[in-house]
Design a protein around this ligand. Structure first.
Ligand SMILES: C[S@@+](CC[C@H](N)C(=O)[O-])C[C@H]1O[C@@H](n2cnc3c(N)ncnc32)[C@H](O)[C@@H]1O
Length: 588
């Protein structure tokens, strides 16, 4: 609740909203909120602090919405000069402003979308707006919508007025940051601006938007300061941009300004040692034979971040800094010694995190820094696999095939079914290197074959996973999973891909009531999972419970087309006959 003391002169008077006595104090939270279309908000008066307190529960919702409206107008008042300083309009302004907008809108409790509009061709544009407009569409509480026009007239306009006056139609509508995300390589000034925004956020205690809430005078001072900071920084920004351009990659795809990979402090264990690996900086190398399925390492994260902060570098940085402050000197030192692929692009700690973070779960957006595991290099034919073990609260690294002494231990940084070009693109843009592993350095003909297999694998995975085929055409789906297993073997992929395919086959069987086949597929899935992540992983345990009781899966009996009890797994068949039964080759 805001006090009734505002920095506005108290010339008006009205009736106290609580007791109806004559009053001159206005609620400082919503006083002077701008009108929305034709509706001008009434002023809320109080005769005393007590009355204001008593009335708060009735006034709260309206007051908060009006405060948000005020803040939105302030956002516009900051964005306009910032946009002018960065000197671009339209889509380019949207890309350049993305980091700033993400921070300034954060905490405002509004939905922001990036919208492109055009004037309709059969109408005369009476507003003087040019043909294409790039705007932020901002919705407060689902019931009032505003436009912040990046090509022209600030302050915000109510959405419907704006559309009508400019005779505009919507061409595309996307979430905030969409146009920035669509650009795979940012221009140097944008990258440098991201850095600048991060520093400003840090200077504002992690919340750039906080100053939107202060008095008019404070807000104006802070705005001037922010704009001056950006203006003053533009010279440096341009110089930095030049440096970034100059620091392009060398022949190996490594950034020329990459650090010199100082030796790690970590002690060698019985199984591996962290040491220099030619052309890759540091890496993890086996010191003795490591049999398939061995847990090479289990490690708790030194630092973690929640997901979804990729475009809020300032916030991201604050979260990491706070945790770094709590670490002991040696651990902090080891964090700073990790490789940074984003030098000069992001502030150092954000760059180190982005280069080294590993996911805390399958496809999780939360990430963690592991001081040992972060030294493991990539191979598209990896011999080890990283998984998050929720029960232990640790990352585990398992050998997915036998590893010989002296061999480098590798994990994969990319999705297994990606083509050669997709893999190289991801590794080059995200990690600054070109992969020359066995799969990537195969002959062009072999690579073409491999890409065909991978494309087919991706298609099959999509078809099996769409949820329709497993009940509409289960046999075809089952055979698709068999084709996937065959392709994986041909592609000589590591164990890591097998559990998900066996699990698809399990789902086809169980959705159609066949507990016997489902049990066999669950067993195979479990066996692969144990190799990849151990038997103490939550997911492995769950699959084990499905081996014991396949019918406990939620899809059980979606149809009963293949109804069969779990105990019906045949035990008197040879290997070939068993496979033939399992895949329903013959009418068993
Ligand atoms: C998570 S770190 C791995 C450890 C890193 N090599 C080090 O020295 O700390 C990721 C970085 O390692 C390097 N890297 C990883 N795999 C590589 C590979 N297969 N070839 C070349 N460089 C690689 C790249 O510089 C990448 O940005």
């Amino acid at each position: 609740m805001k006090s009734t003391e505002s920095d506005e002169p108290r010339s008006e008077c009205g009736r106290c909203s609580s007791c109806s006595k004559e009053a001159t104090n206005r609620c400082a939270g919503c006083v002077d909120a701008p009108a929305y279309g034709k509706s001008t908000p009434r002023t809320t008066f109080y005769c005393s602090g007590q009355c204001q307190k008593a009335h708060w529960s009735a006034h709260k919702v309206e007051c908060k919405a009006l405060q948000t409206r005020k803040s939105l107008h302030r956002v516009a008042a900051v964005l306009a000069p910032v946009r002018d300083v960065i000197g671009v309009e339209g889509k380019q302004a949207m890309v350049r402003l993305a980091a700033f907008a993400a921070e300034i809108f954060d905490g405002l409790n509004v939905t922001v979308e990036e919208v492109i509009l055009t004037t309709t061709s059969d109408t005369t544009d009476t507003s003087g707006l040019s043909k294409t407009r790039h705007v932020y569409k901002v919705t407060i509480n689902d019931d009032e919508t505003w436009v912040l026009d990046l090509d022209g007239p600030f302050p915000p306009w109510p959405w419907s007025d704006y559309i009508r006056r400019g005779c505009l139609k919507v061409d595309s509508i996307h979430s905030l940051g969409f146009h920035r995300r669509a650009v795979s390589v940012l221009d140097p000034i944008t990258r440098a601006l991201v850095f600048q925004v991060a520093s400003m956020v840090t200077a504002h205690g992690g919340k750039l938007g906080a100053f939107l809430k202060g008095s008019k005078a404070t807000f104006q001072d802070e705005t001037n300061r922010l704009v001056e900071e950006i203006r003053g920084a533009m010279t440096a920004v341009k110089a930095a941009a030049k440096n970034i351009t100059l620091s392009a990659s060398n022949d190996n795809g490594q950034p020329l300004n990459a650090p010199s990979h100082a030796p790690s402090q970590s002690p060698a264990t019985g199984l591996y040692r962290i040491q220099a690996v030619p052309g890759k900086g540091q890496g993890m190398v086996a010191t003795s034979k490591i049999p398939r399925g061995t847990r090479i390492l289990s490690e708790a994260p030194a630092i973690t971040t929640p997901g979804g902060l990729e475009h809020q570098i300032g916030r991201f940085q604050t979260i990491i800094s706070r945790q770094l402050d709590k670490l002991d000197d040696q651990t902090r030192h080891r964090f700073y010694a990790l490789h940074n692929n984003y030098e000069g692009v992001f502030p150092p700690i954000a760059g180190i995190f982005k280069t080294n973070a590993l996911p805390l779960g399958h496809k999780a957006s939360e990430g963690g820094i592991f001081l040992e595991a972060s030294r493991i290099n990539h191979s598209c034919k990896n011999n080890a696999e990283n998984t998050w073990n929720k029960t232990l609260g640790k990352l585990t690294i398992h050998a997915v095939r036998d590893i010989q002494p002296g061999e480098e231990i590798t994990i994969s940084y990319v999705d297994a079914f990606k083509s050669y070009d997709e893999r190289q693109h991801h590794l080059q843009t995200g990690f600054g290197f070109s992969c020359d592993c066995e799969r990537c350095s195969a002959s062009p003909a072999e690579r073409r074959h491999s890409d065909q297999r991978l494309r087919r694998l991706a298609t099959l995975e999509k078809e099996v996973g769409d949820g329709v085929g497993i009940v509409a055409t289960p046999l075809s789906c089952l055979w698709k999973t068999r084709e996937m297993l065959r392709l994986l073997r041909e592609e000589v992929m590591t164990e890591s891909c097998f559990p998900r395919v066996y699990f698809d086959a399990f789902q086809v069987a169980i959705a159609n009531g066949d507990q016997a086949r489902a049990r066999v597929f669950a067993e195979r899935c479990y066996a692969s999972r144990v190799v990849v992540e151990g038997d103490d992983n939550e997911d492995s345990r769950w699959v084990k419970s499905l081996v014991e009781k396949p019918s406990s899966h939620r899809l059980y009996g979606t149809t009963m087309k293949w109804k069969q009890a779990a105990k019906k797994v045949p035990c008197d068949l040879g290997e070939e006959e068993f496979e033939s039964w399992l895949w329903k080759d013959t009418p068993w």
